[in-house]
Design a protein around this ligand. Structure first.
Ligand code: FAD
Length: 409
């Protein structure tokens, strides 16, 4: 008895406060400029690398925190600083996680360090799954990977889109179809090493928010990568494909696709934590403003109409954080997400960020609508959190299926 506690330990508090300092001192003052420039903020990422915040060591330490809270604590503080800069720093993590979860020990040791580079030569990585015709519907993926047995090489062809860090990455992780009859179970992930011929950046997108983060198409034209670039190795892939073919024969494609979707669950709380950081930042600006802005002879917070909004905002943010922490703890403790708890956390936190930043803009009145105050940027940044890493509709689909057992469409 008495085991359950939500209090952070001293190490966690120390890390949180350290990142908060970087977010307040380095990210906040630079945020508006990089949002306007709409370019990848190399100097800010280099600053983070100099103090060890953008590094494989730090990332691994947080990833392997036995409570599961290392990653959400880190991300909440970074995104409290600024979401565009935050994603520039955290975007490599998505590619790193895919190697950590699917790669062999040797692949982790070879490629993950090259994703980060070092403080004197900073690198980033990209995870390329989405395609023009395969966003929510991963099974519509067309990028093909063909094995050239004689050369022991994989040949990749296709076009990826919306890739964070696509084209500017040192290492790209590309998901491609190996067996089109198996839906997502027939997909595999490949490392495309630095400087590989045939990989190029297509269109770079001009975005509504998170504009300091680089988002682009990645074109793959007869990209040849050595056999050892298949994540997990050929033997494991062949076994997995054989098992999937057996299952398709027995239960049809639907169950197979659902099983594949379940693997995405684990990364969703991390995205939820980013949304919590943005929401908290906007809420704090609105709270301060409401206490100091005087209309009708009194601070606007004296009106219940404003104060109750702030109460709701804070309640939603705390609820979102608790869902994120629960899912992060479950993922680390190996508890199965039987009710899609990972999706729940991302859904609620993403919607919270969108709602709370809109409320914050309203509380700031005309000032909230201008770029003189940061809530306008925060609101633009928040909008992506109901779209990427699975839209809110897809999260609801996943949750509804998990809790009902019905293959809802
Ligand atoms: C800034 C940014 C960064 C990104 N970074 C990456 C990245 O690094 N790597 C990567 O691989 N991808 C990335 N993405 C892609 C992102 O994950 C997709 O945009 C997202 O999955 C949605 O796909 P889509 O845009 O094709 O929308 P669509 O799938 O076309 O969806 C359009 C609308 O239809 C709805 N919809 C679709 N299917 C259903 C359904 N069955 N039921 C109800 N509603 C449905 C959706 O919810 C949405 O509202 C990024 C996207 C953006 C914008």
């Amino acid at each position: 008895m008495g085991e359950f506690a939500l209090e952070l330990n001293d190490d966690q508090k120390g890390v949180r406060d350290w990142i908060h300092g970087f977010a307040a001192d380095v990210m906040r003052p630079a945020a508006a400029e990089w949002d306007e420039r709409e370019e990848f903020p190399w100097p800010v990422v280099q600053e983070a690398a100099k103090i060890g915040l953008y590094s494989l060591d730090f990332y691994a330490q947080q990833f392997f925190d036995p409570t599961g809270l290392g990653v959400p604590l880190t991300l909440e503080e970074l995104f409290w600083g600024d979401a565009g800069l935050g994603l520039a720093i955290a975007g490599t993590g998505l590619a790193a996680i895919s190697v950590l979860t699917n790669g062999t020990e040797e692949q982790v040791g070879t490629w993950v360090p090259q994703m980060y580079g070092d403080a004197t030569d900073v690198k980033v990585a990209a995870f390329c799954s989405s395609e023009p015709d395969a966003g929510s519907d991963v099974s519509a993926m067309r990028t093909r990977a063909r094995y050239d047995e004689a050369a022991d090489e994989w040949v990749l062809n296709g076009t990826k889109t919306w890739a964070t860090n696509g084209g500017i990455a040192n290492v790209h992780v590309v998901v491609a179809v190996v067996d089109p009859d198996l839906g997502p179970k027939g997909h595999a992930s490949f490392i495309v090493p630095p400087g590989t011929r045939g990989l190029s950046q297509g269109q770079k997108f001009k975005k509504h928010g998170i504009r300091a983060s680089h988002t682009a198409e990645v074109v793959l034209q007869d990209v040849r990568v050595p056999g050892y670039c298949l994540l997990g190795g050929k033997e494991k892939l062949d076994e997995r494909l054989a098992r999937a073919r057996e299952r398709v024969g027995k239960v049809g494609g639907e169950r197979v696709a659902n099983a594949a979707m379940a693997t995405f669950e684990a990364s969703r709380p991390a995205v939820g934590a980013q949304a919590v950081g943005i929401a908290r930042a906007a809420y704090e600006v609105a709270l301060d403003y409401a206490k100091t802005r005087v209309q009708f002879g009194r601070p606007i917070i004296d009106n219940q109409g404003i104060a109750f909004q702030l109460a709701d905002m804070r309640t939603r943010i705390d609820a979102a954080r608790l869902l994120v922490w629960r899912a992060s703890w479950m993922a680390t403790a190996g508890k199965p997400f039987t009710a899609a708890e990972g999706s729940m956390s991302k859904l609620f936190a993403g919607e919270t960020a969108k709602t709370v930043t809109a409320q914050a803009m309203q509380i700031l009145g005309g000032n909230g609508y201008t770029r003189e105050y940061p809530v306008e940027r925060m609101h633009r940044d928040a909008a992506i959190y109901t779209i990427f890493e699975g839209t809110s509709e897809i999260q609801r689909l996943v949750i509804a299926r998990a809790v009902s057992g019905v293959p809802i469409r």
